[in-house]
Ligand binder design. Sequence first.
Ligand SMILES: Cc1cc2nc3c(=O)[nH]c(=O)nc-3n(C[C@H](O)[C@H](O)[C@H](O)COP(=O)(O)O)c2cc1C
Length: 362
Amino acid sequence: MPSNSNLAPLFEPVRLGALELKNRIVMAPLTRSRSSDLAVPPTFAADYYAQRASAGLIITEATQISYDAMGYSRTPGAHTDAQLKIWASVADAVHAKGGKIVMQLWHVGRIASRLNTGVARDVVAPSAIAAPGKMYTDAKGMVDHDVPRALETHEIAAIAKDFASAARNAIDAGFDGVEIHSANGYLLHQFLSSNVNQRTDQYGGSVENRVRMPLEVVEAVIGAVPRERVGLRVSPGHVFNGIEETDLEALYGHYLPCLESYGLAYLHVMRPTSNTMALDPVTMARGLFKGSLIAAANYDADSGAALLKSGGADAIAFGRAYIANPDLVERLKVGAPLNTPHEATFYTPGEKGYTDYPSLAA
Ligand SMILES: Cc1cc2nc3c(=O)[nH]c(=O)nc-3n(C[C@H](O)[C@H](O)[C@H](O)COP(=O)(O)O)c2cc1C
């Protein structure tokens, strides 16, 4: 029993598809930019994730399905032997400490600079429209996003296939499942969007057309790995990376029931930093998707436990708190104070600000 009984719902076990969680506290996906130019995670990623194994579920940092899917500096992939060897050590280390871990799979689409990839590659998106704003590169500091090339219709199936083979790679490396990244303005979200997607083929225009590519990705992934081990993350109303969803209620009103029909392990809903929606996205999603739901963004233990108690979600994901508190579960259980995350080391290479946050035991 936790020292504060109001928090009890956080510590109850729950089943999300085939994933049996020992508690309802989830480590949110967190890009930490510690990998090599060839997107190989560092060996000490195993320590970082194993330190956090008391979470009911760990969702890894967003991980590329191919070099073309890479946009930022030093983010990892799941498509070469060298990458997968490290990922296998991560899965082993988390399992050895009794944890569960799924890999978040992404393609950044237009949120990219070629300077950030160690191999020649293309920047592709639904349409040839550059994202606003700038991004960081190790080579030249802040630069404009590259102008993407619009994907040819026939190329879309190859991307879905890359998602499927990365999912297979994750399961073969010992992961408990995968999470498809359909949030935060990256490729799947770009297809969903009413402004970034200006296509005139069967992947653009109507809501039914704009959800087609993300649904084809889901279909490819569940053709490669068990659907009860596949989750998907959305961020309705998150105006990030230049995304607009002018017909948001119609869009998610169609997308989420389609997703429900696949029998996935869970839907993961990230709330926007500033909510521009009339309806809270977690409440909206609970009404449109009858499967298991993880809610994320700006929850603390009290608001997360209250949401679980009201039946509004099945688990709560914590992001920044997990950067700084490897033993978040134990701290919440005894009511111990939380360490403060240091933003300056969120995305810097090396172990500093990564594996060196103290646990209570230390
Ligand atoms: C450093 C950092 C990296 C992040 N990387 C990812 C990511 O790789 N994939 C993703 O879906 N969200 C990512 N997010 C969003 C988090 O998963 C989470 O939703 C967000 O931090 C809000 O939750 P919080 O209020 O508990 O921190 C990131 C956030 C931060 C602060």
